[in-house]
Design a protein around this ligand. Sequence first.
Ligand SMILES: Nc1ncnc2c1ncn2[C@@H]1O[C@H](COS(=O)(=O)NC(=O)[C@@H](N)CS)[C@@H](O)[C@H]1O
Length: 438
Amino acid sequence: MRLSRFFLPILKENPKEAEIVSHRLMLRAGMMRQEAAGIYAWLPLGFRVLKKIEQIVREEQDRAGALELLMPTLQLADLWRESGRYDAYGPEMLRILDRHKRELLYGPTNEEMITEIFRSYVKSYKSLPLNLYHIQWKFRDEQRPRFGVMRGREFLMKDAYSFDLDEAGARRSYNKMFVAYLRTFARMGLKAIPMRAETGPIGGDLSHEFIVLAETGESGVYINRDVLDLPVPGADVDYDGDLTPIIKQWTSVYAATEDVHEAARFEQEVPEAKRLNTRGIEVGQIFYFGTKYSDTMKAMVAGPDGVDVPIHGGSYGVGVSRLVGAIIEACHDDAGIKWPEAVAPFRVAILNLKQGDAAVDGACEQLYRDLLAKGVDVLYDDTDQRAGAKFAAADLIGIPWQILVGPKGLADGKVEVKRRSDGSRDNMSPADVVAKLA
Ligand SMILES: Nc1ncnc2c1ncn2[C@@H]1O[C@H](COS(=O)(=O)NC(=O)[C@@H](N)CS)[C@@H](O)[C@H]1O
C-alpha cells in the first residue's frame, strides 16, 4: 500500500478525552473514530488489525472443532421472554420497536437464539457434541462506556455455544475451548491467564476469565507468578484426546479474579515471592451452565435409552474488538504501538528518506515491488514529509519492521532495517532485506 494513496488520519496531539494509552494511541494512529459514546468507526488501519485478530480467533475455533455460522444482531424480545432474561437483563439491553410495533432488541449475547436454532433441528444425542460459533457485533448499553474499545457499547465478540448430552460431555467441550483460548491469545503475542471467575448474567457454576495483565485493567487479580511460565499447547494438540492434564496444569496454580479470590488460600498456597496482586483486562470468558437454557427453552434430545433430556450447554466469548486495545496496552512504548507481527496492520514499512532523489525513489520502488511479489504486507511511505516525521509516524502506528532508504546508505548499496519491538538496527543490501522479510 502506498501511504500517499492510503487513508491514515494521524493526529498530532494527544486527544484529551483519552484516559488510557490504548485509547490515546488508537485515536492518534488514525485507527478509529468515535461516532457516539461507546460506538466507533474502524478506519482502514484499525480495521486491518481487527480482521487479523478475528482471523486468529476463527482459526483456533475451527481447529477445536467449532462450526462457524452468523446470527443476526437483532433478536425478537419474545425469545428472551422464554428464557426469562428479557426483564432480568436490565438497562444494558437496547430495546427496539420496528414499524409494526414489534419488540426487538440489539443482541448483547446469543444464548437464547442459538438454543432456538439448535432445538429446531437437533433431536437426538447422536448429533452431539456440537459447538456452533459466530463473530458478530453486540450491543450493551453500558452506563459509562470508557477507555475506547475496551468498554464500548457496540463491540465485536466471538461467541461460541456448545451442546452435549450430559455434564461430562459438556466439560469436555469446555476443556476444548479452554485449550483453544490458551492458543488463541498466545498467537497474538499475549499472556492471557485463565482465572476462576463469577458467572454473572450468563449463569452456570463454572467459569474462567482469560485475563491479560495490565495496570489499567478493570479486573483486580491475584496470581502465583508460576502461571506466567506455563507452556501453551502446540498446534498439534489432540482435541479428541484427554485434555484434562492441560486443564489441571493451568488450574492448579493459583489465579483468581478479586470477586472469587480467597485470601487465606492464597497466603497458604503461594510462597510470598510468587504472589502477584495486580490488575488485568478480561479478553475472554468461558462458562458451563448446564441446562439453564435448555430447561426453559425446551432444547431436548433423545438419549441412548430413547428418553428426552435437556442438553448441557456452555458459552465461550472472546472480546475481538477489545483485544485491539488490550494488545496495545501490553505492547507499546513512548513512541507508540509495537504490534506483534501476527496482528500488525502491515508487516513492513518502507521509508523513503529523500523523496524525489532518483536513486532513492528507484530503490524504494524496487523494494516495494519485490516485497509485494512475495506476499508481504508492506506500507510504503512515499509522502513528501521530512524524514523525522516519517520516523515518528512509523513508530506511532507500530509496524514491526521499518526499512529506511536514504542516499548515503544507498551509495554503499545498503539500506537500514529497524526492528520496532526492540529498536535494533541492521544495514544490508535491498536484496538481503527481501530475503530476510519475505
Ligand atoms: N462492553 C464491552 N466492550 C468490549 N468488549 C466487551 C464488552 N463486554 C464484554 N466484552 C468482551 O466480550 C467477552 C465475552 O463477554 S461475556 O459477557 O464475558 N460473555 C458472553 O457474553 C457469553 N455470551 C460468552 S458467549 C468478554 O470477555 C470481553 O472481552
